[in-house]
Design a binder for this molecule. Structure first.
Ligand code: AMP
Ligand code: ZN
Length: 510
């Protein structure tokens, strides 16, 4: 099958490149998932929503995509040191007096629940680090056998100097030169002395006696280094070299840089053809993060629930998951995005405008005389451009702006300001399918503008409301105002507002 030409910004080469998958019809995509030791914040969600849209668009182009997104349930140590610190999952288990597996399960469930509310698709495979200890041990062995690692007191370190002697790949992704690599490899001093070179990093860590998550290996009772799981699991499910690797921009260094090093050490090949990095969600101009600010001591994060329920002190009101998702679509994944009440209020308006236009498209019967005109040409051009925008490094905001231009025309037709005869039936039908495809399949939005919620429930609610509105219309025609008022007042008590207009009665929540 012929696939539409697609261009992707490759962080590795720092340039936009024509996308050519290894297999013409299949794509392998790996995205670093969460470390499940606490609830996800909205910043984490932005990265996963960005890759959800990328996944959806690749499938929309007709590719079969194997999307692997891991769960980090061991090996990610406090303060991002690579040895000596306490495992984040184990620490939480200790503090809450729970089993580590209980912590992992709780926050994995929470992560899934949140992503479901945002209507993100499940990945094809969601492997866990603890489920792939054997593969990780095998990879450590391969790296050792190839001479790119050394053992010290039961821990195994990657030998960055050996890699540098054979290739100049280390540092390319993050654009760091050797001196930066040295100073930015944050490490505890204790294990620093075991390393041949400060930029070396642990791929297997000998566990202290108090450490609870540990496994037998040829070197020690220990656990894998954090970066290793992604190398081992991407190789297992996608092959030694695969198409796309994604994650948040903050993972470029050291995580992704070290992944590349490990794959080079294990198989002497670069693992990824296109590295993609989603930019950070900011709040008050700073990266959203759970870690407390060094000066104020306050964390700079907001949870999805706080937004949905309107309990955040930063927000004037609740915002539904679809409004938040829409808000994220309005900025390109490669740019930072600042969260604010004002921006969400604007997104709410935009979301409703888009959904309203789509509803007109679905509900309004074609009312033209099937002639072509300049309007046709213009509308078709906008629809083509929306696809070109998506194929130009997934430029959602640009595609969205084209749809809004078409939405203006749809509203003008509805209000009689634009003659329906200027739009052919073919164009009208193309508008219907393109809007549907973009809004629901590519952007992954749902129409909750009636507060009707999701899928089947939303349809039931819409159906019930239509029935009530019809009954109210009937009783008013019979001058039974008592019943019609009862319907309106009872709905009002339920926070459902009826709005009578010249095109009939519409309803909304709140
Ligand atoms: P973590 O659980 O900390 O490993 O993070 C999970 C994912 O969320 C990673 O891909 C991070 O890059 C991403 N992430 C963390 N903070 C933010 C943020 N403020 N904005 C966007 N993505 C983020
Ligand atoms: Zn990873």
């Amino acid at each position: 099958m012929e696939h539409k030409e697609l261009f992707i910004y490759n962080s590795f080469t720092r340039s936009k490149e024509k996308f050519t998958p290894i297999d013409p019809d299949r794509i392998g995509m790996y995205v670093c998932g969460p470390t499940v030791y606490s609830d996800v914040h909205l910043g984490n969600c932005r990265t996963f929503i960005s890759f959800d849209i990328i996944y959806r668009y690749l499938m929309h182009l007709g590719y079969k995509v194997r999307y692997v997104r891991n769960i980090t349930d061991v090996g990610h140590l406090e303060n991002d040191v690579d040895t000596g610190g306490e495992d984040k999952v184990a620490k939480k288990a200790r503090l809450e007096q729970l089993e580590p597996m209980e912590i992992v399960q709780r926050y994995t469930n929470g992560f899934h629940d949140v992503l479901k509310q945002f209507n993100t698709l499940n990945p094809s495979i969601e492997p866990t680090a603890t489920g792939h200890i054997i593969e990780q041990i095998e990879m450590v062995q391969q790296i050792l056998d190839n001479g790119f690692a050394y053992e010290k007191n039961g821990s195994v370190y990657f030998d960055t100097q050996k890699l540098n002697a054979t290739s100049d790949i280390y540092g390319t992704l993050s654009g760091k030169v050797q001196d930066d690599l040295l100073t930015e490899t944050r490490d505890d001093l204790k294990n620093q002395s075991e390393k041949n070179h400060p930029s070396d990093f642990a791929i297997w860590v000998k566990a202290e006696p108090k450490h609870i998550m540990k496994w037998e290996s040829p070197w020690s009772l220990g656990f894998p280094g954090w970066h290793l799981e992604c190398s081992a699991m991407s190789t297992k499910y996608l092959g030694k070299t695969f198409d796309i690797h994604g994650g948040g921009m903050d993972l470029q260094f050291p995580h992704h840089e070290n992944e590349i090093a490990q794959n080079m050490g294990a198989c002497n090949c670069a693992p990824v053809n296109y590295w993609m990095h989603a930019n950070m969600l900011l709040m008050n101009g700073r990266k959203m993060s759970k870690s407390p600010d060094p000066i104020t001591g306050l964390s700079n994060s907001i949870s999805p629930e706080e937004l949905f329920e309107g309990t955040s002190p930063h927000m004037s009101k609740p915002y539904s998951p679809m409004i938040v998702r829409f808000f994220m679509l309005q900025t390109h994944y490669h740019s930072t995005l600042d969260l604010s009440d004002k921006a969400l209020l604007a997104a709410e308006k935009g979301y409703h405008r888009l959904m309203d236009a789509n509803r007109v498209l679905t509900d309004l019967a074609y009312g033209g005389n099937d002639q072509s005109s300049e309007e046709d040409v213009e509308i078709n051009k906008l629809l083509d451009q929306a696809y070109e925008d998506m194929s130009n490094d997934f430029n959602c905001p640009q595609a969205l702006s084209r749809l809004f231009m078409v939405a203006t025309k749809i509203n003008a037709i509805k209000n009689g300001q634009l003659d329906f005869n200027l739009v052919s039936r073919t164009t009208w039908e193309r508008m219907q399918t393109t809007f549907h495809n973009f809004i629901f399949e590519i952007f992954g939005l749902k129409d909750d503008s009636h507060g009707g919620g999701n899928g089947a429930n939303g349809e039931v609610l819409d159906g019930l409301m239509k029935l009530l509105i019809d009954i109210r219309q009937d009783v008013r025609a019979k001058k039974d105002f008592e019943t019609s008022d009862k319907i309106r007042d009872t709905l009002k008590e339920l926070n459902v507002i009826l709005k009578d207009g010249k095109d009939g009665t519409d309803w909304s929540i709140g």
